[in-house]
Design a protein around this ligand. Structure first.
Ligand code: KG4
Ligand code: ZN
Length: 338
């Protein structure tokens, strides 16, 4: 049995988990800084780094304790090294390096988006499959050919889906983080406003969300200028429906073109109730298998990093003490040249 201690600190969650054999979560501790950033309407990078420093040790100790284990019994230390906020990444990476070096354990560097995808292994998914990864910083359709082997089939040309949720929420006065609040408001509304969907005429599977975001902002400003009341719930429902339509259409098109019958969701936006429902229904209608991590493993967490790291452990793909954090790195990076 292989036990991996995993650490994630790429944005505003300080997280640590112990994962056994890549599938069993023995502990999953998440300290979310969201409340502290909410008064600024978004994550303040410098504040995030400082908070990571303050609580990373407690979070890691708690993860070991809850898993009823200690560093001695751990087989490897895994950590998110890219992409993300550089200061935030450096806190987790430096801590993980020190821990691994001090305890004489191997170090495994995990790509954050790969972690999101691998959260699906926690409930039994196996490659090959097509995965939509939609979070605050990324919107990708990825073909997972094998463990550790990724191909990007489509990506956003401007804003990430989560970013659009957050900005629209702000304009509607729903606060940060916007996704869960829009999800909640949309349940009480009717999707009666038609926001135009982007249309690339080149057959591309790419996304674009900035046009819809601007359309919602203009719609709201227009009503405000006329002194008319805002139907916040209906606007939220209409915006969410438009985004879910686009995400669903492109991902299923990608799976069809790849002749793959298995489809999955990942990333913070994957906890959206409408998106999950739509994927489930469409997969059932098309006779496809559908996987989606539990919501707690969709938003940032370290269990997903442990699930990804297991497949690096199995082939001894360990990182050196010179592993550096990277703010930007595509998921299909060459793992040999790091
Ligand atoms: O994966 P994640 O926790 O962090 C990043 O790697 O970015 O994703 C955070 C994003 C935020 O933009 C948040 O608003 C969005 O995921 N999100 C949601 C929901 N829950 C979180 N978006 C739509 N519906 C939700 N229920
Ligand atoms: Zn994330």
């Amino acid at each position: 049995m292989i036990k991996i201690l995993a650490i994630e600190s790429s944005c505003d969650e300080t997280a640590a988990a112990v994962v056994q054999d890549g599938t069993q979560v023995l502990s999953n501790i998440i300290f979310s800084q969201a409340d502290l950033h909410s008064k600024y309407g978004g994550v303040v990078p410098e504040v995030a780094s400082r908070l990571h420093i303050e609580c990373i040790d407690t979070v890691v100790q708690e993860a070991l304790q809850e898993a009823n284990t200690d560093l001695e019994a751990i087989d490897a230390v895994a950590v998110t090294f890219a992409p993300g906020l550089i200061g935030s990444l450096l806190v987790g990476l430096s801590y993980a390096k020190a821990l691994a070096f001090g305890a004489g354990k191997p170090l495994i560097g995990v790509h954050h988006i790969e972690g999101h995808i691998c959260a699906n292994y926690l409930n039994g998914m196996k490659p090959p499959f097509v995965c939509l990864v939609a979070s605050g910083g990324h919107s990708h359709i990825v073909r997972v050919n094998d463990y550790r082997a990724y191909e990007i089939l489509g990506k956003t040309r401007d804003d990430a889906a989560g970013e659009a949720f957050d900005k629209v929420a702000r304009v509607l006065g729903l606060g940060y983080p916007g996704g869960p609040n829009i999800d909640k408001a949309a349940k009480k509304g009717v999707a009666d406003i038609a926001f135009t969907k982007p249309n690339f005429h080149d057959g591309s599977l790419d996304f674009s969300f900035s046009g819809i975001k601007t359309a919602v902002i203009n719609y709201v400003h227009n009503l405000e200028q006329k002194g008319l009341p805002l139907q916040v719930e209906n606007i939220a429902a209409s915006f969410q429906k438009t985004v879910v339509d686009i995400l669903t259409e492109n991902t299923f098109k990608a799976a069809k073109q790849s002749h793959i019958q298995r489809i999955a969701l990942a990333g913070g936006v994957a906890s959206n109730s409408d998106l999950r429902m739509r994927f489930k229904e469409k997969a059932a209608a098309e006779g496809m298998e559908f996987y989606c991590p539990e919501p707690i493993f969709c938003t940032d967490n370290a269990a997903m990093i442990g699930a990804a790291a297991y497949h690096y452990y199995k082939c001894s793909a360990f990182a050196g003490m010179d592993l550096n954090a990277k703010a930007y790195l595509p998921i299909d990076y060459n793992q040999e040249v790091l």
